[in-house]
Design a protein around this ligand. Structure first.
Ligand SMILES: [Zn+2]
Ligand SMILES: [Zn+2]
Length: 249
């Protein structure tokens, strides 16, 4: 086990000098890593720290993908209420579990867990957007509270994390082709796209009933509005071809 540990440590770029990624010169450093057996399989977790804002990001790594080509990778933005508590206001947990399950069954792969709660606006602003919805909802305000997000920031963090693990090229698990361009902008070689398909359940049924997709929210057949918390809508089994095409409108 000691040798295994040493081999991984040699692959991870920890202390280093770099100009930072992207317009904000994002630099993350590998702080620590450890074995992480989980209900989805045996992973390692790599802890990163952002040198500017101190935010802690994590990579959940299956197998030994370091220095490899075509590594399956999923980007997930933190959602405390969904991921940890099982909130039914969003389907972040379904998306995260589906990705972990998919990668857990592969020889190797990585989930990058980005600490960007509420699409980067933080927990309290996300709850504020929920409150706006609960109290009759000014859609515009709720969207503004939750809808804006500096995607570039996510991609620069993700790109740096992948480079720090010496990932040569990735197959991105996404239904959003724009994410591929986002990563490529920061020099990541994306060789393929793997769709994320998840089974239907009462909590993601609104995706199937959706009749409108506009500026970061969906309207289901009952007229209820759903704010999107991940920029990557899942494909639900049973979606029509048109619904799949409409995912990224
Ligand atoms: Zn750096
Ligand atoms: Zn969520």
């Amino acid at each position: 086990m000691e040798n295994h540990h040493k081999r991984i440590r040699e692959m991870l770029v920890a202390e280093h000098d770099c100009a930072g990624y992207g317009p904000d010169h994002i630099c993350v450093k590998v702080v620590a890593f450890a074995e992480m057996p989980s209900r989805f399989g045996d992973f390692h977790v790599v802890a990163f720290s952002d040198t500017q804002d101190g935010k802690e990001h994590a990579a959940f790594v299956k197998g030994m993908p370091f220095n490899h080509e075509d590594v399956p990778v999923r980007l997930h933005s933190e959602c405390l209420t969904g991921d940890a508590i099982g909130s039914l206001r969003c389907d972040c947990r379904d998306q995260l579990e589906s990705a972990l399950k998919m990668i857990g069954e592969m020889d190797e792969g990585i989930v990058l867990y980005l600490r960007q709660e509420g699409r980067g606006i933080g927990l309290t602003n996300k709850i504020r957007a929920y409150e706006l919805q609960d109290t009759g909802l000014d859609t515009v305000e709720a969207n503004e509270a939750l809808g804006f997000r500096d995607d570039e920031r996510d991609y620069s963090i993700a790109a740096h994390m992948l480079d720090s693990m010496q990932i040569k090229s990735v197959r991105l698990i996404t239904n959003n082709p724009r994410k591929i361009d986002g990563l490529k902008t920061f020099g990541i070689n994306v060789t393929d796209r793997i769709p994320l398909v998840i089974p239907p359940n009462p909590y993601n049924a609104f995706y199937l009933e959706t009749k409108a997709v506009k500026s970061g929210h969906l309207i289901d057949s009952q007229g209820n509005k759903h704010l999107l918390e991940q920029t990557d809508r899942p494909i639900i089994e049973g979606m029509s071809d048109k619904q799949i095409l409409d995912l990224n409108e």
